[in-house]
Design a protein. Structure first.
Length: 531
């Protein structure tokens, strides 16, 4: 009996370590926000499996079975064998995760280390003082550990917020000393990171520019950028502003007080968090509302939701828009005669009577609307045409890059993010290739009530272009495949872990002039196994 319990305890603690690492990683990915974690648990297959997996059900069943043991001691051995069986299966799942390359662990920070250590110590102490039979006690500890991690995250949020408030206050004092600093805010459901990058790169040809790095688009991210990067010689600060609820963009605006605001595009992305598309529009519009009376607002005319906000704005405003052909439609600055090549784009920009023929080493037509604000602001701030032309020709993309696999197949790395718009743009680009067209995609999350319809629409577009769709998980599988099936072209669909999908890509990408597009963060794990 003792040997049986010892073996069970060993297996339990192996599983416990994995479980703490997993949940800490998940909290970290969701930015320690309960609203984002809640959406994950309710709307994704992975989230639902965490609550209702077969092994989870077995553990609840074990607790029920223990009720029978209380009235019949002869069943105790059977019960303990059942518990041993459960944790044997759990350790086997860890082995399988490790072999498949899907074992999840957090990035090491002081916060993740604290969560891991406190939880492990807490469970270990309780383990040493069992209040009931040790077999059922470890199952209860298993259940409790996940809740305890959430409790620790909650407790740590208070010192974290206090520390963040101190940094934000320091950042506000520092930025207020820069009286002549021009601050440009950029927000939207999609395209904000690329737009920010292109504005900063183009204006850097003449000015000293600071920008928020990566996805540092939260109040604390902006504050840290100011504290680390703002210098006396800085002339322009380009600030990306992100939000998951109303009031968050307003908070960033209170820190930096932008004079120019750019609204890139509004879609149902993150609708599960905002509650409705109207709330998303109101949240993004906080940037425009925060501009001073002499401020300038730029709106993307290619997005109907943004145009609606443009029409209701009374201050100084600019509408920018791109057209695939020639157009007589009015816009303050527009791009026409767009030509797409495998390695870049050419197009004509018209602002009033001024015209520029530009070439950019960027992939996908969507890049045009992302760089137009940068071109307009360069003109607005008096940069010469030759300087703008050179700056645009030297642009580098944050969100989409072209590389090659070991077998020579072209690979498009767009793993920064995945949205309906980025999928559509990738598919347009892939049409230039005559070989197999392979799309690696994690189904999109936080689309709210539009999720099923958006994935069906994406399926329709994928089915008209691709030969293969490789999904990194089963979320919205039926919606995507139903859209694909409506197209006459045959597009094969597979779901697998990074190792399986990488092996499959090696087999199906041998055809000449083939292309593989990797969209979203999960697909990056597949790409890393190939390059």
């Amino acid at each position: 009996m003792n040997e049986l319990l010892i073996l069970t305890f060993i297996l339990f603690f192996i599983w416990l370590v994995r479980n703490i690492l997993f949940w800490t990683s998940l909290w970290q990915i969701k930015e320690y926000r309960w609203d984002r974690l809640s959406v994950h648990l309710k709307e994704t297959e992975q989230g639902k499996n965490l609550l209702f997996s077969k092994l989870s059900i077995l553990k609840w069943l074990a607790l029920f079975v223990y009720g029978l043991v209380i009235f019949n001691d002869s069943l105790l051995l059977v019960f303990r064998l059942f518990v041993l069986f459960i944790y044997t299966l759990q350790v086997l799942t860890i082995f399988i995760e490790w072999m498949k390359g899907s074992f999840r662990r957090p990035k090491i920070t002081s916060k993740t280390f604290a969560i891991f250590l406190i939880t492990l110590c807490f469970v270990a102490i309780l383990f040493l003082v069992p209040l009931i039979d040790q077999g059922v006690w470890i199952i209860l500890l298993d259940r409790i550990s996940t809740l305890f991690i959430a409790f620790i995250v909650f407790l740590l949020s208070y010192p974290t917020e206090f520390y963040h408030d101190i940094l934000i206050e320091k950042a506000m004092k520092k930025i207020r000393k820069h009286k002549k600093l021009l601050i440009i805010g950029v927000t939207g459901s999609y395209g904000k990171s690329s737009t920010k990058e292109y504005i900063a790169q183009i204006l850097s040809a003449r000015f000293t520019v600071l920008k928020t790095e990566g996805s540092q688009n939260t109040p604390i991210g902006v504050a840290q950028t100011i504290l680390k990067g703002l210098k006396k010689e800085t002339e322009i600060f380009v600030v990306e502003m992100g939000a998951y609820k109303r009031g968050e963009i307003k908070e960033i605006c209170e820190i930096v007080q932008p004079k120019i605001g750019v609204l890139t595009g509004i879609s149902p992305q993150h609708e599960s968090l905002f509650g409705s598309l109207k709330n998303i529009m109101k949240a993004k519009y906080e940037l425009i509302e925060s501009l001073p009376k002499n401020g300038l607002a730029l709106f993307n005319g290619n997005n109907k939701n943004v145009v609606e906000l443009y029409n209701q704005t009374e201050g100084k405003k600019i509408l920018y828009k791109s057209f695939t052909g020639q157009s007589l439609e009015k816009a303050d600055i527009k791009a026409t005669h767009i030509k797409m090549y495998k390695t870049g784009l050419s197009f004509t920009v018209q602002k009033g009577r001024n015209q520029l023929l530009l070439k950019a080493p960027l992939l996908g037509i969507h890049s045009i609307e992302n760089l137009l604000p940068g071109v307009f602001l360069a003109m607005h701030l008096g940069m010469k045409a030759e300087t703008i032309t050179t700056a645009v020709s030297n642009l580098s993309s944050l969100s989409i890059k072209r590389t090659k696999l070991s077998n020579g197949t072209v690979a498009i790395d767009s793993t920064f993010n995945a949205s309906p718009q980025s999928v559509a743009s990738a598919l347009d680009y892939m049409k230039q290739y005559t070989g197999n067209k392979i799309l690696v995609l994690p189904p999109m999350i936080e689309l709210g009530k539009h999720a099923n319809l958006e994935h069906h629409k994406v399926g329709l577009k994928i089915g008209s272009v691709c030969n293969y769709l490789l999904l990194t998980n089963k979320n919205y599988y039926k919606d995507i495949t139903s859209g694909i099936s409506e197209q006459k072209n045959k597009c094969k669909v597979a779901v697998g872990n990074p190792r399986i999908l990488a092996t499959l890509i090696k087999k199906i990408s041998q055809k000449q002039d083939s292309i593989v597009a990797f969209l979203g963060k999960e697909s990056r794990l597949v790409l890393l196994k190939l390059v």
